[in-house]
Design a protein around this ligand. Structure first.
Ligand SMILES: Cc1cc2nc3c(=O)[nH]c(=O)nc-3n(C[C@H](O)[C@H](O)[C@H](O)COP(=O)(O)OP(=O)(O)OC[C@H]3O[C@@H](n4cnc5c(N)ncnc54)[C@H](O)[C@@H]3O)c2cc1C
Length: 326
């Protein structure tokens, strides 16, 4: 049996941020992940300045691909708008591995199946034991499934569905483009270049809305490819196959279910469903909730994730987009 005061299930941004903070506070912890790192993660890898501030690093500290956008090229229902901003893109393949290494916390490759709680804490698959457990396993987090789901079912109208491809590509346009509500989609599609010859393209929408309209995200993927070819942003259709993933957007109730009634278990990031309602941004909320759970453990105080529902600083634009999305 392997023991640690805290075991973190899942080593994406939420888990790695929790590990980093616990280690800084001198608390013993370990990370579990079913994947061997570095691993691919479906994600456009767009990060905000708040992520850098929360994790206390500057662009020059980051040793991998990093691109900064001073403007976002947004098209809402065919109407082009340029938004002055400061955002960044990374490759999750590199970023997540870097975060884990930076935390200095050991990572065990292990697929978590069962979590059993008792008065002493939690036992995972009869192989790991801990006083505190943090569920950072994303949408299908086993900690959510085993300890939280019966009392806190997820909200179907807040479920997103996505298709995405990240691949080596000598892109010619270094700008970030977003198309909202194109061809009936309750969502948006994107073109996000990465430094040194990588490109991420994808599309995301609200699962229930698509189903209700007898629509499918694959149709919007085809629309995106056609748009990119027409606009000269792609010279040919990529030969690689896109993949899909689903996650949940922020809800009022999420902050109430973050900590299990039998204190000592915590949910963070996508396991809790915290992505923003306007931009479906999940990395920032994952990092922040990971830090907050770690501080609750170290400070022995209740955990109530304090995450903003919107990414955009314009409350009007944020809530307008959110209203159209979900
Ligand atoms: C197509 C797409 C594009 C996106 N683009 C952006 C973007 O540009 N910017 C942004 O901010 N957000 C984006 N998001 C959302 C963002 O990717 C997530 O919100 C973010 O990754 C959540 O981090 P996390 O640490 O909670 O979970 P994850 O990053 O999903 O990490 C969970 C970890 O848990 C592990 N795990 C799962 N099950 C088990 C198990 N049983 N045992 C052990 N380990 C397990 C997984 O292997 C994984 O490593 C996007 C999402 C998608 C799908």
């Amino acid at each position: 049996m392997i023991n640690a005061e805290t075991i973190i299930v899942g080593s994406g941004p939420a888990g790695a941020a929790a590990a980093w903070e616990l280690k800084r506070q001198g608390r013993e912890c370990l990370l579990l992940d079913r994947e061997s790192f570095p691993r691919e993660k479906l994600c456009a890898g767009w990060i905000t300045p708040e992520v850098l501030a929360d994790l206390e690093f500057a662009p020059e500290d980051y040793p991998h691909r990093f691109l900064t956008f001073d403007e976002l090229h947004v098209c809402v229902k065919g109407l082009p708008v340029s938004m002055a901003t400061r955002q960044h893109s990374v490759r999750r393949y590199e970023f997540d591995q870097w975060l884990v290494a930076r935390s200095g916390v050991p990572l065990y490759e292990h697929t978590v199946r069962s979590v059993v709680g008792d008065a002493e804490g939690y036992t995972i698959d009869g192989a790991f034991q801990c006083r505190y457990i943090i569920g950072a396993g994303g949408t299908r987090c086993p900690v959510y499934r085993e300890l939280f789901r019966p009392g806190a079912p997820r909200s179907k109208p807040l479920q997103t569905v996505t298709m995405e491809l990240e691949y080596p590509c000598q892109w010619s346009d270094p700008r970030c483009h977003l198309w909202f509500f194109d061809k009936g989609l309750r969502g948006y599609s994107w073109y996000v270049p990465k430094a040194d010859g990588y490109l991420n393209i994808g599309v995301g929408g609200m699962a229930e809305r698509l189903a209700r309209n007898d629509d499918h995200i694959r149709r919007h993927w085809q629309n995106l490819l056609e748009r990119l070819l027409r606009a000269g942003l792609l010279s040919q259709v990529p030969s690689q196959t896109p993949h899909g993933y689903s996650y949940y957007l922020w809800s009022e109730g999420a902050s109430n279910v973050g900590q299990a009634n039998n204190a000592g278990a915590y949910l963070v990031g996508d396991a809790l469903g915290l992505a923003s309602r306007d931009m479906c941004e999940g990395i920032g909320p994952a990092v922040r909730s990971g830090l907050q759970a770690a501080r609750a453990i170290a400070g022995d105080h209740p955990y109530r994730p304090d995450i903003r529902p919107h990414t955009l600083s314009s409350r009007w634009l944020g809530s307008t987009l959110a209203r159209f999305l979900a």
